[in-house]
Design a binder for this molecule. Sequence first.
Ligand code: NAD
Length: 467
Amino acid sequence: MTDRYASFVQSAAGRALVKRLGLPDPPRLRRHRPGDPLLAGPALVGAATGGRLAEPITKILTAAAVEWADAAAAEQAGGAAAQPARAHGDTPQRYGALLFDATGITDSAELRQLYDFFHPQARAVLPSGRVIVLGTPPQECPTPREATAQRALEGLVRSIGKEFGRGTTAQLVYVSRTDGDAGTLTSLESTVRFLLSGRSAYVSGQVIRVGGGTASAPADWDRPLDGQVVLVTGAARGIGAALAKVLARDGAQVVALDIPAAGDALAAVANDIGGTAVQLDLTAPDAPTRLAEHLASRHGRVDVVVHNAGITRDKTLGRMDADRWDQVIDVNLSSQERINDVLLERELIPAGGRIISVSSIAGIAGNRGQTNYATSKAGVIGLVDSLAPTLRERGISVNAVAPGFIETRLTARIPLVVREAGRRMNSLAQGGLPVDVAETIGWLAWPASGAVSGNVVRVCGQSLLGA
Ligand code: NAD
């Protein structure tokens, strides 16, 4: 489905009208194309006094061929602290990304260092720029004051996501204090690479926790899923079809699953990417064992399980028949639990494995007419919370993504006025594309992301709903 308004505002007539009437101005987002550099311009790196992550971050940027400048050095070259850094002569330097290591902040008074770093650069970020703040998880802080200051970072990041505009996104990454831990550092690298790149175009205002798991860096960051066997449910269309494509592009062997009635579309998706198709209704009583047998006989394992299949059967609660309730809970939640149980019991998900579920912002914010759907999607978050700690011991990560308004057949069915409101009520003033959800799931699936577990990452352009 196309967003005609977003296309219109890119035209000369559209731009004039948007300016004159103060209409929403959805920017054209920078999306990943293989071979593209991670950023559209250099990165500026700053650190609070005593921070522990400046060195790993600059190493990551250098390894990723990102040109970067040290804020302290750039400030000296440009003169006063309140001036944007200057490149050559009088041309203000503009940055593709601003990264700040805030792990050294141990007291609220020291939050001033954030202002000192970001204030001069607030208007110096290129379109589709990136802001990343690194902190310490508050629960790992030794003093209440440090925990308070670290928690405060969230407010800054979420506000920058709303303020900077022009497609710029902002995220907070809490990195565990497992200094020198190879898994944590590798997953910090996978996370920073994802967040800087066009893969994270529609992810903003998120808090991501990294730490405490094993992870292995790929031989080639352009094929981060090489050799991985990945199951995608609901792969015949929409987000699932985009997922199959993105994961195959990144090197995965994809097993695409959908209901028999979607067999033709499923076969087309699988053929297109050189994957295999499995026609199976996930709610059938024998679905978990049939699926397990298929994966065992064809591949001997499944490295990544993506629970994407989902349905809606909307009605307000008073008008909802029990069938609508049962179907939605069964497809969206119970079938995931049954499949996880069998695959884990038969040890088909090896150490280094991934379980990734698709939730929804409806599961976070609730939605009128969707008590069944929101219950199932909040349950998916419960599944992540409850499984992540135990599966960590087996080296398996569990995460969810929660899409906001994504342009698919599901959202095309929403009445026009509600649809238009849903599209614009986020910091990027537009709906996301299936590929945006797919890229985010892809990052969580990478072997390099093993120390990212127990997260629910919203792919919603920083939607106002449930924020
Ligand atoms: P979609 O309806 O286009 O695709 C869902 C796929 O799941 C279909 O191919 C369908 O045949 C398959 N499926 C349904 N029941 C199944 C079953 N019993 N067994 C096997 N396959 C089954 O939906 P979509 O928009 O691509 O959504 C994908 C996921 O993202 C869903 O979980 C949905 O709830 C979630 N989501 C979507 C949006 C959005 O804006 N589109 C927002 C939030 C969450």
